[in-house]
Design a protein around this ligand. Sequence first.
Ligand code: UN1
Length: 476
Amino acid sequence: MKNHYIAGQWHDSTEAAISINPSDTNDAIGHYAQASAAQATEAITAAHAAAPEWARSTPQQRADALDRIGSEILARREDLGRLLSSEEGKTLPEGIGEVTRAGNIFKYFAGEALRLRGDKLASVRPGVEIEVTREPVGVVGIIAPWNFPMAIPAWKIAPALAFGNAVVFKPAEIVPGCAWALAEIISRAGLPPGTFNLVMGRGAEVGRVLLDDRRVDAISFTGSVATGRRVAQAAAQRMAKVQLEMGGKNPMVVLNDADIDIAVDCAVQSAFFSTGQRCTASSRLIVEEGVYAAFVSKLQQRTAGLRIGHALEAGTDIGPVASAEQLAQDLRYVAIGQEEGARLLCGGDQVSRKAPGYYLTPAVFVDCSNEMRICREEIFGPVATVIPARDYEHALALSNDTEFGLAAGICSTSLKYVQHFKRHAQAGMVMVNVPTAGVDYHVPFGGRKASSLGAREQGSYAAEFYTTVKTAYIAG
Ligand code: UN1
C-alpha cells in the first residue's frame, strides 16, 4: 500500500483504495491509503507548524528545492508519463507531454521564487516612504482534479512553495498513483518536514476538513462547478482566500474565410484529444453558413479516422474515458442530445477493445441549437456540437451566450473579425487559429463567469493568489 505523506513521514491508514487502469480494468495501478478526517487534520497541523520556517526561507532555498523537483520530473518523463497514461487514460504522448509540462512548471517557479518583487513609493505626506511587499499566505489547501493529474497539482504546488507557503495536497480520488509519485519526488527535495503534505481520500472526508479548518489560509481548487460552489461557500463562511477553476463550454467560431484544414484540426484537437476531458475543450463549434457543409464533412472524415484504443498502444489517437462514472455521464448526454433533436453525425458509441476499458467513439452532433442542454452543460467527454451561425455577429453572440467563460476560439483569416473577437469574447483566454485546449505554462490561466473565481493561475500572475500584499509606511 502507498501511504500519505505528513510532517515528513509516510503514514498508512486502515482503509485503502485500488486505482484502476481505464484502458484495462483488470489492471490495478496500486493500493493507496485513504485518509480519515483525523489524518487530514494532522496534515494541516503539520503544515501550520512548518509554515513560519518556510516563510523565512531564502529565495535560493526555495528555487533549489523546486529546481530539483523539476529536474527529476523531466528526467523521468517517460516512466511518469506511462504511469499517468495508465491511470488517467490519456495517450502515452499526451501523458509524457503532461509530465514534461509539470517539470517545466517547477523549473519556471524556481525562477519566480527569485523574481518576487515589491514597490517603493513616496508618500503624499512629507518625510514618509511607502513599501509594498508580498508575503506568503500561510497554509494552502490544494484540491486537484483527475484530468491533469500531474500538471494541475504542479501548477498549484509549485507557486505555493515558491512563494513560501506550506501545502496540504488532496488529489482526486481516481488518480492517487500520479499524486503519490509526485509527492515522493517532492519528499526528497530537501523541504523542511511539514512544508508539503499529501493526503489521499474522499472529497466528503478529506476535502471537507481542508475547507473547514481555520488554519488553512487559502484553498486552490480545480474541478466541477457543483463542487466549486461548495468550496466557495465554505471559504466564505470563514473568509478564507479561495481560487476556483471550474467548467467550460468553450466555443470555437469558424468563419467563411477560415482555412478549413486549420479549423478542422483545431476542432478535432480541442474537442477530442485527451478524450475531451479538459475544461479548455471546444465543445461548441460555431460555424458560419458559407462554410458549414464543407466543415462538417471534413470534421466527420477526420473524426472517423481517429483510432480509439488502449492509452499505451502506439497509434492510439484517443484513449478511454477515465472512469465508469464519466462514461455513464458521456453516454447520458449522447442520449439527451438525440432526445433534444440534435443530429448525431457520428460516434457516441461505447466500443470494446482487446482489454476491458471505458472506450467511447468521439461524438459529433450537428445542426444544434445553442439552447440545447448539450450546448449549455459541460459534458467533459469527447462530445462536440456544431451550431450554425448566419454571420460573424451571430457567431459572436452565440459564443458569448453561455454561463461559462474560460476559453473562446476563432478560426479566421480576417484581421477585422479576429481583432473584434479578441476584444469582445467574454472569456479569460482567446485562441486565434489555434486549439482552445493545450495552454502554455508560463502565462495566466483562468476564465470569467461560472468558469473561474479568484485570482488567475500560472505565470507571474500566480503570485496574486499565493502571496498577500503588505503596505508599509515609514517615517523619518
Ligand atoms: C490545457 O488544456 O492545456 O482542467 C489545460 C482543465 C484545465 C487545464 C487545461 N484546468 O482541463
